[in-house]
Design a protein. Structure first.
Length: 542
C-alpha cells in the first residue's frame, strides 16, 4: 500500500488563491512539558473549533506529532475528517508509538487504508499525490537519512531512541530504505511538476548543531525552488531556511484550569481597569491604592475562575501562513498613495481641549521617535540615492522569498509591501511638496533601511506632530550639513517653541545645532505644513 502510486484530484469547494495554513507538533497529550492526557480531548475540541472558525476557507497542513500513540492520532484524524477540515497531514515519530506491538510500516498501511476515501483531510505518504488548484501536494511520513554532513549516525545511537522500544521491530536499515524511496519519489515530482508543496515531519535541510541531533538531520538531494517545504519536529516556534518553513506548537499546551484563571483575570481587568492604580514608588498613597487593588483582584479571581469562560488554547501566532504573493508592479499600481493612510492618523488636539494629561502625552513624545531614526533620516537628507539603493536591496530579499506564487506571511505582509513600494516611489521622485506623504514614506522605509521591516505592522501611526518633528529634523540636518555618521543626540530645544495644530512644540537641536524660530517657521510656511489639508477629514481630540 505504501508504495502504490495513487493519483487523486483534490478539488474541495474552496476559492482559488486562498492562504495555506500550517502547524505541527500539537502534542495534545502534553501540558507544560509534562505528559498528561487529562485535557487532551478538550484541546482537540478547541483546536477544531479554532480552525473551523478562522480557517474554514483555507487549506490546513499539519506536519505530524499529534499524540504519543498511533491509535489516539488516528481517532483525532477521524474527527478532522468528520468536521470537514480541508487539508493534509503526515505522521511524526511520536505518532507511531505504541506498546511495541505494531510495526512502523503496519501503522502507515493502517492510516493509508483508513483515509483512502477521505474527502477533506488527506493523508500524505510516499507514492501518493494530490492537487490543490495548480499545486501538487506530496508528503513523507517516515524518518530521514540518519546522517549529519558526511557522517553516518551509529546504530547504537538510534537504538537508544524511545522509538526502539515503542515501535515493534524498529530497524533503522528498513527505515533508511523507505526514506530512499521517498527521496526518489519527491525528486521525480519536483522534476515533473511546476509547483509543489511538500509536507514532512522532519526537516528537508540540516538544522542540527551537534551529533546528538543527528537522528533528525537530512542530507537528501531534494532540491529546486519550485516548492515550499513545511516541516516540524525541532520544536522551534517558527523556523525558516530558504523555502523550508515551520510553525511548531511543541509542549507548550496550557491546562484548562490555568486558562480559566487567565479568563477571570482578563474579565477583572476589563471591568475594573488598571490605569488608576499605576503608581510612583515615591507616592505612598498611590502605592497603597495599588496594594488594595491587588488584594481585590486576587479575591475576585479566586472566587470566579472556575466559572470563567477560558481563553482559547490557540491563537493566530501558533499557525504559519503562506499567502498569495503579489508582484511589485501590481502592488505599486493597486491603491496608489492611499495605502499609506493605514500608517497615518489625522488626529490633532482641539483648540478647546482641557485634558492636560492628553496634551502632556503628545508634547512629551518629543524627539525620541526621531532620534531612533537619526541614521536613516540623515542618509536620506545627504544621499537619497544611497538610501533608496539600500532599501531596494533589502526588499530584494523579500521578493526572492517567494515560491510557487506564495510567500510567508510573517516575512512581510502584502499591506506592508504596498506601503514600502509606494514609499520608495515617493522618495525616488524627490518631491517634498506633500510633506506628510514624504515623511511617512521616510519613516516606513526607515524600518527597511534598518532591516526591521517586520515591525512596520506594529508601528504607531504617524500623526502631524510626528511629521513636524521628523521634517524639522530632516531640514536641520540638511541646513547645517551635519555628518550623518556622527549624530550624537536629537533633543527638543525648550528655548525655541513653535505653535503647531493647537499644540506648543519645540524645534530640534542636533549635535548642538538648531534652526532659529524664524527660520523654522519660514520652512514650515514654505512647505505648507502649517495648513490642514481637507479639514473636514481631521479628527479633533477634545
Amino acid at each position: 500500500m505504501t508504495q502504490m502510486t495513487i493519483l487523486n484530484e483534490y478539488t474541495p469547494d474552496i476559492l482559488e488563491d486562498k492562504d495555506i495554513i500550517f502547524i505541527s507538533d500539537l502534542h495534545f497529550d502534553f501540558i507544560k512539558d509534562t505528559h498528561n492526557y487529562e485535557d487532551a480531548t478538550w484541546m482537540e475540541d478547541d483546536f477544531i473549533s479554532f480552525v473551523k472558525e478562522h480557517y474554514s476557507n483555507n487549506i490546513i497542513c499539519v506536519a505530524g506529532d499529534f499524540y504519543n500513540s498511533y491509535k489516539k492520532t488516528l481517532a483525532f484524524i477521524r474527527r478532522m475528517e468528520e468536521a470537514q477540515v480541508n487539508g493534509f497531514f503526515v505522521l511524526g515519530n511520536h505518532d507511531y508509538w505504541n506498546n511495541g506491538e505494531t510495526r512502523h510500516v503496519e501503522i502507515i498501511d493502517l492510516f493509508s487504508i483508513e483515509t483512502q476515501n477521505y474527502k477533506h483531510f488527506k493523508f500524505l505518504v510516499t507514492g501518493r499525490k494530490y492537487y490543490y488548484q495548480n499545486i501538487c501536494v506530496i508528503g513523507d511520513t517516515g524518518w530521514t537519512s540518519f546522517r549529519r554532513g558526511k557522517r553516518q549516525v551509529s546504530l547504537e545511537q538510534f537504538m537508544n531512541l524511545p522509538d526502539a522500544i515503542k515501535v515493534k521491530d524498529f530497524d533503522p536499515k528498513n527505515i533508511i530504505n523507505l526514506h530512499k524511496k521517498w527521496v526518489s519519489f519527491a525528486n521525480f515530482i519536483l522534476n515533473t511538476e511546476e509547483k509543489v508543496l511538500i509536507i514532512t515531519h522532519f526537516p528537508m535541510v540540516d538544522f542540527t548543531r551537534k551529533d546528538s541531533d543527528c537522528w533528525f538531520s537530512s542530507t537528501t538531494h531534494i532540491s529546486g525552488d519550485n516548492c515550499w517545504r513545511i516541516f516540524g519536529h525541532t520544536h522551534k516556534h517558527r523556523d525558516q531556511k530558504y523555502n523550508n518553513a515551520s510553525a511548531q506548537r511543541g509542549y507548550r499546551n496550557i491546562d484548562i484550569q490555568t486558562l480559566k484563571r487567565k479568563a477571570s483575570e482578563n474579565q477583572y481587568e476589563t471591568t475594573y481597569g488598571l490605569g488608576d492604580y499605576k503608581f510612583n514608588k515615591k507616592n505612598f498613597e498611590k502605592k497603597m491604592a495599588y496594594v488594595e487593588y491587588l488584594k481585590e483582584k486576587k479575591a475576585y479571581i479566586n472566587e470566579n475562575w472556575q466559572s470563567a469562560i477560558p481563553k482559547n488554547q490557540y491563537d493566530f501566532c501558533n499557525f504559519g501562513r503562506l499567502v498569495k504573493a503579489t508582484r511589485r508592479s501590481d502592488l505599486v499600481e493597486s491603491n496608489g498613495i492611499e495605502c499609506l493612510s493605514a500608517f497615518y492618523t489625522s488626529e490633532i488636539i482641539s483648540s478647546d481641549c482641557i485634558d492636560l494629561a492628553l496634551i502632556t502625552k503628545y508634547k512629551g513624545r518629543g524627539y525620541k521617535r526621531c532620534s531612533a531614526n537619526k541614521t536613516n533620516i540623515a542618509v536620506l537628507a545627504h544621499n537619497p540615492t544611497a538610501y533608496i539603493t539600500r532599501v531596494n536591496k533589502v526588499m530584494d530579499w523579500y521578493s526572492k522569498n517567494i515560491y510557487i506564487g506564495y510567500s510567508l506571511s510573517w516575512s512581510l505582509s502584502n499591506r506592508a509591501k504596498e506601503a514600502i513600494y509606494h514609499s520608495i516611489s515617493i522618495l525616488e521622485s524627490g518631491d517634498t511638496s506633500d510633506v506628510r506623504a514624504f515623511m511617512t514614506a521616510a519613516v516606513i522605509t526607515g524600518y527597511v533601511y534598518n532591516e526591521m521591516a517586520l515591525r512596520i505592522e506594529e508601528m504607531r501611526p504617524l500623526d502631524d506632530y510626528d511629521i513636524l518633528r521628523f521634517w524639522m529634523m530632516f531640514l536641520t540636518i540638511k541646513y547645517f550639513n551635519i555628518d550623518m555618521s556622527e549624530i550624537d543626540s536629537v533633543i527638543s530645544n525648550k528655548q525655541k517653541p513653535i505653535y503647531f495644530n493647537n499644540l506648543e512644540m519645540y524645534l530640534p537641536t542636533i549635535n548642538g545645532f538648531s534652526l532659529t524660530i524664524e527660520e523654522g517657521l519660514f520652512q514650515l510656511r514654505k512647505s505648507a505644513l502649517l495648513a490642514l489639508p481637507t479639514q473636514g477629514h481631521y479628527k479633533r481630540i477634545t
